[in-house]
Design a protein around this ligand. Structure first.
Ligand code: MRU
Length: 345
């Protein structure tokens, strides 16, 4: 099994990001040594996925400190740069949480901040391994110890994290146990994280998969072609409402209609326990060109408006299980993350 090149890596004086905008055609890297380049990389989805954004944000503070020293910034300019990193994308709570984790160490310098960011990266990989094992255990208990057909949406794999993946970590673990018959991969319009990234990861791991248009997902579930869906998350409210890539809600509704479990796999760092429910999740609106053009060519009449929310919120009642690195919460049965772990701060 080939292992994925890391999505985020600290080089000692900057970040090396695997450029996810050009996969699967090309494996290229963006080297980041200043805040402007990092913010641009986050906005363009060179680096993406909630846990990977958290790690990039934490290292981003070290980058800001190094740039401040180079350029002679005052304290206000440094704070403004850190805030730009923190706010580069709004929905995944991990980005702000990653920045906030290392902020108290800024006075100790860039190396100390980078060491803490590296600790976050290492924790994420360990956590994902635990999520994979706990998720596979729960699923095989629930559905029987047999090969399964799994549906997934977007990319919650090694590329979206510091390694291994959350939803795809569960799939990888099921595959290691010989329990994956097929993975239906939603292509995930408009930026195709499913077909470009998830299918790339699964193919490299030798896991059987088929890419399907997003619109096929409900039918795949209701026709009984998939046994369950496993997805990641960008922000989970205290009551279990779960924000994830646009289209996840359709998958969740179809799971409920088909009587198939919807499993959300995410680390505790994705739980925003200070947020009572999903109504408060900031939903990123992406540029119109992402849905009105293809390869630079228009796919809609000139002058037509676009509606391009990047995320949706699945109500807790539709989340059968939330798999974290410390255990599984059966959310739709009333086990909410807010009750299981108190709010931050
Ligand atoms: O816009 P993206 O590609 O950053 O969206 C990513 C997702 O929605 C993922 O499912 C989520 O961040 C979980 S990644 C482990």
């Amino acid at each position: 099994m080939e292992t994925e090149p890391p999505a985020v890596e600290w080089t000692g004086d900057g970040l090396r990001l695997l450029d996810q905008t050009v996969l699967p055609g090309r494996v290229e890297y963006v080297v980041v040594r200043d805040v402007g380049t990092l913010v641009d990389a986050i906005r363009r989805l060179v680096v993406r996925g909630a846990p990977a954004l958290g790690v990039a944000g934490a290292f981003g503070v070290a980058i800001a400190l190094r740039e401040a020293a180079r350029e002679g910034w005052d304290a206000a300019a440094l704070e403004e740069a850190v805030a730009r990193v923190r706010e580069a994308r709004p929905t995944a709570v991990n980005l702000a949480a990653g920045v906030d984790r290392v902020r108290p160490l800024m006075g100790a310098g860039a190396e100390t901040v980078a060491a803490e960011a590296q600790a976050l990266l290492d924790e994420d990989v360990r956590g994902n391994r635990a999520i994979g094992a706990l998720g596979a255990d729960w699923i095989l208990r629930r559905l029987g110890d047999r090969p399964l057909r799994v549906l997934t949406h977007c990319n919650a794999g090694a590329l979206a994290t510091a390694g291994w993946g959350t939803a795809l970590g569960v799939v990888r673990e099921l595959h290691a146990r010989g329990r994956v018959e097929m993975v239906y991969v939603d292509e995930t319009r408009p930026l195709l994280q499913g077909s470009r990234l998830t299918a790339w990861e699964l193919a490299r791991a030798g896991i059987p998969c088929a890419v399907q248009p997003d619109g096929a997902a409900p039918s795949t579930l209701l026709r009984g072609l998939a046994d369950l869906a496993v997805i990641g998350a960008d922000r989970i409210a205290a009551n279990g409402d779960t924000a994830n890539k646009i289209g996840s809600l359709g998958v969740a509704l179809a799971c409920a209609a088909a009587g198939a479990p919807l499993v959300v796999a995410a680390p505790w760092s994705t739980v925003d326990a200070a947020l009572p429910d999903g109504r408060g999740v900031p939903i990123e609106e992406r540029p119109a060109a992402e849905v009105l053009t293809w390869n630079g060519e228009p796919t809609a009449p000139a002058g037509v408006a676009a509606h391009n929310p990047a995320f949706d919120v699945t109500p807790a009642r539709l989340v059968t299980a939330l798999v974290t690195e410390t255990g599984v919460l059966e959310v739709s049965s009333g086990r909410t993350p807010g009750a299981a772990r108190p709010a931050r701060g």
